[in-house]
Design a protein around this ligand. Structure first.
Ligand code: NAD
Ligand code: UDP
Length: 337
């Protein structure tokens, strides 16, 4: 089986490719390297002792897509390629809609032309907005407040209409909660280009001495310690979820949607404490105002994925912190070093 992975040089893509290769799959990657490095794929090859076929190019380019589908016997596509910064999406909405929405439409057109109709799509828990209750079920209403979230929701609608129009499409929409951590080798991990927006890479950069202190955005939320609560999921568990989703697509389910989370919520300060334990240092932090647009708490009910995919997260908060620290301490400058 050859799996075509868009955005495969990125954080979640590179970890998923390790699991695919170790599971005996062939992998072809398309990435424009706008937020990643080819070095990640080289390291994937070292971890697995297997090779990855790489095309540098854009999902918006039908020519390269047609070339890839004609040169390989592809059975399924995992579509990670996308832009993911909420703040940037507010400033550059057209870029986000073009890349994330048009990019997916162009990809699906090329898939239809090649008669490859199995797709796993990276969606996000952000499509639930501020949920009325917790934990979040897949049936909860969707509602987003920023162009990034809108782009994910728009793609979900496109894919729903596509599957309704032609029953030979099989599509797994995976709504990720908060991916963190790194591969146990410490050789691949999350490598933000700029100042990290997300909590875990920021904590890791404070621990390694690249940043002075963490700003904790708000301590007056209605949560167990007043700081924001999220469902952090180890990236290797998330990666394995994609393999389970591919197995599901082989049963011709049509379009299916799953929460990919642990079902457990941890606060910002819980994550700080876990990281301090992992790295043996204290993490300097200060409480500052809430970040506009943040919600108090968000965590999944992951039972549907367990019953229908046979998937559940197994890594603990300590595994997340330890693997994140191993990656960051071995690679203080990410792939550039
Ligand atoms: P990432 O930025 O590390 O990986 C995305 C990859 O896609 C990068 O390698 C980038 O160079 C590539 N890319 C972007 N636009 C492209 C295009 N037009 N053509 C070809 N390649 C392109 O991000 P990630 O964390 O690995 O996220 C993967 C997917 O999961 C994204 O779609 C993201 O929106 C989604 N997601 C991520 C999170 C998270 O917190 N990391 C949460 C929910 C959903
Ligand atoms: N957070 C924080 N300081 C930071 C980054 C994030 O306190 O520098 C908090 C944020 O307010 C939220 C949690 O950490 O409660 C997770 O934020 P992240 O941006 O990682 O994920 P998201 O908000 O998209 O769920």
């Amino acid at each position: 089986m050859t799996i075509f992975v868009t955005g495969g040089a990125g954080y979640i893509g590179s970890h998923t490719i390790v699991e695919l290769l170790e599971n005996g799959q062939q992998v072809v990657v398309l990435d424009n390297l706008s937020n990643s490095s080819k070095e990640a794929l080289r390291r994937v090859e070292v971890i697995t002792s297997k090779s990855v076929t790489f095309y540098q190019g854009d999902v918006l380019d039908p020519i390269i897509l047609n070339k890839i589908f004609s040169e390989h016997d592809i059975t399924s596509v995992i579509h990670f390629a996308g832009l993911k910064s909420v703040g940037e999406s507010v400033v550059q909405p057209l870029r986000y809609y073009e890349n994330n929405v048009t990019g997916t439409v162009v990809l699906c057109q090329a898939m239809a032309k090649a008669n490859v109709k199995n797709l796993v799509f990276s969606s996000s828990a952000t499509v639930y907005g501020d949920p009325a209750s917790l934990p979040i079920l897949e049936s909860f209403p969707t509602d987003t407040t920023n162009p990034y979230g809108q782009s994910k929701l728009m793609v979900e609608h496109v894919l729903t209409d596509l599957a309704a129009s032609d029953s030979s499409w099989n599509i797994a929409v995976l709504r990720y909660f908060n991916p963190v951590g790194a591969h146990a080798s410490g050789t691949i991990g999350e490598d933000p280009n700029d100042i990290p927006n997300n909590l875990m890479p920021f904590i890791a950069q404070v621990a390694v001495g690249k940043r002075d202190k963490l700003n904790v955005f708000g301590s007056d939320y209605d949560t167990h310690d007043g700081t924001g609560v999220r469902d952090y999921i180890h990236v290797v568990d998330l990666a394995i979820g994609h393999l389970k989703a591919l197995d599901k697509l082989a049963t011709n389910p049509g379009l299916v949607t799953y929460n990919i989370g642990t079902g457990v919520g941890y606060s910002v300060l819980d994550m700080v404490k876990a990281f301090e334990k992992a790295c043996g240092k204290s993490i300097a932090y200060q409480i500052v105002d809430r970040r506009p647009g943040d919600i108090a708490a968000c965590y999944a009910n992951p039972k549907k994925a367990k019953s229908e995919l046979g998937w559940a997260a197994i890594h603990t908060i300590d595994d997340m912190a330890q693997s994140s620290w191993l990656w960051q301490s071995n690679n203080p400058n990410g792939y550039e070093g």
